[in-house]
Design a protein around this ligand. Structure first.
Ligand code: PMP
Length: 430
């Protein structure tokens, strides 16, 4: 991401204010703790300290859709689109005249079957999933999928699999795989504190390996692959998309397996989604539990047992919304714009804020940053941000600092409001 001039910062701030005014006018959604004086102050173009902090608070409070909804920067479970929540709310007690909530329906009844089928159909259209790939909706989260991948691809338990470790999650996948195959670390960015992705030319990929595993987006470290790597002939690429699922178009045919949990960029917690090439199904190791065998799910339309019905339903609402909003190309464009606002704000702070990641691989989804003043000032920043309504900005407990997760559902205005708050905090605490 390029470093920005301060003028682009001002532009984005202005558009946040314009959006703020529009939302005030259109929706009359002032919250109970925003009084009239604050509004006059916030509409004033003067950039005094009290004014800008009131403005940041108002931007934060007013733009999510009224009420007390905050801009939630949590790494997951995370923000969901407001219109999806409202639709679910409308249908919560009586789903489209069925006299039942989706929460209460039999997963084998025609109403839920229709929900499940439409969700898969929409997902296939959205990602352009080729016909020779199965979509599986499973439980257990990505942590279970780490083991499932290996059990289904390595029937003897001695097959080779190569792992590229670029952070906490690819490390976990690697550790888990060691239990079920001959797993080796083909490359790692450990020496760079997982702030980058090792150059493809340096990867030590083994001939005869069954698969190569990557984590497309490291949620904690904030590094993201910018293109799908080419791997050795005969091996398949297996990629964890938990924290950037549906954030941009992907070419599924370049992968053997695309997988991830849904609780960050798709829906609420409780489900993982697989896109698996058909020929990789049906040859698991003997120790594979029935529920971890791809074939079990593939042969039973992901309903061998009771699926996570509500999460499946919410996922379906999100797929339909993404299609309506222009698909993954449009989503990627919005995500690039949002991430640029935040990275530019950090880069324009003259070192007050620092993002530790290699600019070539900066994630569009998770933006980690530290404050040069460290310790107490960082605590103060997190406290004031939280008081102003910016939720869950604390960095992962393993790395500290701050992290803003700006998944698909985070509106651009939320990122603009945060950038504005950061600028204001810097002015006050220089
Ligand atoms: N992979 C990535 C990239 C993640 O971010 C996470 C969760 N934070 C996981 C795997 C593990 O996911 P789950 O909690 O669904 O097991």
């Amino acid at each position: 991401m390029q470093s920005s001039s301060s003028s682009s910062f001002v532009r984005s701030e202005k558009s946040a204010i314009v959006g703020f005014r529009k939302s005030l006018n259109a929706k009359k959604m002032l919250t109970s703790n925003a009084n009239e004086k604050d509004i006059i102050v916030s509409n004033d173009r003067n950039h005094g300290r009290r004014r800008s902090s009131a403005r940041a608070r108002l931007l934060c409070e007013a733009m999510v859709g009224g009420g007390n909804r905050k801009y939630n920067f949590s790494a997951g479970p995370a923000m969901l689109p407001l219109d999806v929540l409202e639709e679910a709310q409308k249908d919560l007690v009586d789903y489209k005249g069925t006299g039942m909530s989706v929460l209460e329906m039999s997963h084998r009844g025609k109403d839920f079957m229709a929900i499940a089928e439409k969700a898969e159909k929409d997902l296939r259209e959205l990602v352009k999933i080729p016909d020779n790939y199965k979509v599986l909706f499973v439980q257990g989260g990505a942590s279970t999928m780490f083991a499932m991948n290996v059990m289904n691809l390595c029937p003897n338990g001695t097959e080779k699999a190569d792992f590229v470790t670029t952070g906490a999650w690819s490390k976990k996948a690697f550790q888990e795989a060691k239990r079920y195959c001959d797993a080796s670390e083909a490359a790692t960015s450990k020496d760079a504190n997982f702030s980058t992705i090792p150059e493809r030319a340096s990867w030590n990929l083994r001939e005869g390996a069954k698969f190569v595993h990557i984590c497309e987006n490291e949620t904690i470290g904030g590094v993201e692959f910018k293109e799908t790597p080419k791997i050795q002939d005969g091996a398949v690429l297996v990629a964890d998309h938990s924290s950037n699922y549906l954030s941009k178009p992907i070419d599924v045919s370049k992968y053997g397996i695309v997988y991830g949990g849904v609780q960050k960029n798709i829906a609420c917690a409780g489900m993982g989604i697989y896109m698996v090439r058909e020929d990789l199904i049906g040859n698991p190791s003997k120790i594979t539990p029935t529920m971890m065998d791809f074939k079990t799910h593939s042969e039973n339309e992901s309903m061998y047992n009771t699926p996570p019905c509500y999460t499946w339903y919410i996922s379906g609402l999100v797929f339909a919304k993404l299609l309506k909003d222009g698909g993954l190309e449009a989503m990627e464009k919005r995500n690039q714009e949002k991430a640029k606002i935040l990275y530019d704000a950090i880069d324009a702070s003259a070192g007050y804020y620092n993002c530790p990641t290699d600019s070539k691989y900066r994630s569009l989804m998770n933006v980690p940053f530290t404050l040069a003043k460290g310790g107490d000032v960082e605590k103060k920043f997190l406290k004031e941000a939280s008081d102003a309504g910016f939720e869950s900005l604390k960095g992962h407990r393993s790395v500290g600092g701050a992290r803003a997760s700006i998944y698909n559902a985070m509106p651009k205005e939320g990122v603009q409001a945060l950038a504005s708050f950061m600028k204001d905090f810097q002015l006050k605490n220089a």
